[in-house]
Design a protein around this ligand. Structure first.
Ligand SMILES: *Cc1c(COP(=O)(O)O)cnc(C)c1O
Length: 353
């Protein structure tokens, strides 16, 4: 029984086409700017997002940190979501390396901070206050997988612009958002001063993220990347997979969304599963087991693993919450197998005598 890994779309192995492209990639020393494959990835990413320039980095976290450091100075404040990846899951790097202080706001819904609360959080020009420098939003929002709309992004961009602030989009899964909303990533990131997106999640590349922004911003980010030890040499080996991720894998994400919906419907139909189908908008499903379920979320996850070779993650920090994420290697047949397994685990056949 092959393993079905629904813990995250980060578990995606590179495709055979990626492995072939990696083996054959033309490369050079990227610290000298001489890697043609990295240069192409950066240029293609910039073009796709309608920005002037791009920069290849090792990870999404490095892309966010590099962007924050390039936008800010020590003692500055950044406005971010209380449940954002930057605030929760990046080891406090903006504070650690940048001396940057977060001003966190709750999500009013679907990964959106309230526009009025954002306005209100911007500091006055007063020597008692830190300087607000940056707003960062996350698309899709990791808490729910919900895409932020073009309209919402434009509203945040307008607040940033009116107040002389920068806007960064943590677009780890921005292509999922674009697929779900049926808009281009260019429209979705208009008005952003910087965007980071991951090649190594649903897009299947083994390693890497790209930052895009203006020429001046990328020049500064390049310096920051070097200072973080992120100047890589023949990185075209990685960028070759990134080019396939960018141009080909980005176009099939709706398949993952269809699979997620089917999985969510199958699970929601089980009597002891609490799952809001309205919340399933991209490739992520969140659910809980009802109090009358025959087991805890942890026990469910464990039994799915040991008895059916299916990995579903109890979501860290939220007792009882389970998350399943669909991706390239999850096919419609796998979805059916997961639903059947969940049914068998949660609704044991009545014992006959
Ligand atoms: C995964 C993720 C990141 C960080 O990416 P890594 O490559 O794992 O460092 C940043 N933001 C969001 C929303 C993510 O989901």
């Amino acid at each position: 029984m092959n393993m079905i890994d629904l813990r995250s779309d980060t578990v995606t192995q590179p495709t055979p086409e990626m492995r072939a492209a990696m083996a054959n990639a033309p490369v050079g020393d990227d610290v000298y700017g001489e890697d043609p494959t990295v240069n192409q990835l950066q240029a293609d990413a910039a073009a796709l997002f309608g920005k002037e320039a791009g920069l290849f980095v090792a990870s999404g976290s490095m892309g966010n940190l590099t962007s924050v450091l390039a936008h800010t100075r020590r003692g500055d404040e950044i406005i971010i979501g209380k449940k954002s990846h930057i605030f929760l899951y990046e080891a406090g790097s903006a504070a650690m390396y940048g001396g940057v202080q977060p001003s966190t706001l709750p999500y009013v819904r679907d990964g959106m901070m309230d526009i009025h609360q954002i306005r209100h959080a911007i500091r006055p020009d007063d020597e008692h206050d830190p300087i607000t420098r940056l707003i960062a939003i996350e698309n899709t929002a990791g808490v729910s997988g919900a895409p932020l709309s073009v309209e919402y992004t434009q509203q945040v961009a307008a607040v940033a612009r009116e107040n002389g602030l920068k806007l960064h989009i943590d677009g780890a899964r921005i292509f999922n958002a674009a697929a779900a909303l049926n808009v281009s990533v260019k429209e979705l990131t208009m008005g952003a001063d910087s965007v980071t997106f991951c090649l190594s999640k649903g897009l299947c590349a083994p390693v890497g993220s790209v930052i895009v922004g203006s020429k001046d911003f990328i020049k500064q980010a390049h310096r920051v990347r070097k200072s973080l030890g992120g100047g890589m040499r023949q990185a075209g080996i990685l960028a070759a997979a990134g080019l396939i991720a960018l141009h080909e894998m980005s176009k099939r994400l709706h398949e993952d969304h269809v699979n997620a919906r089917r999985l969510a419907e199958g699970l929601a139909a089980l009597p002891c599963v609490d799952l809001d189908l309205e919340q399933v908008k991209t490739n992520m499903i969140f659910f809980r087991l009802r109090p009358d379920a025959p087991m805890s979320a942890d026990a469910f996850s464990e039994r799915m693993k040991t008895e059916y070779n299916i990995l579903i993650m109890p979501y860290p920090g939220e007792t009882g919450l389970l998350r399943a994420v669909t991706h390239y290697w999850i096919k419609p047949d796998d979805v059916e197998r997961v639903i059947e397994a969940a049914r068998a685990v949660l609704l044991p056949a009545p014992v006959s005598d």
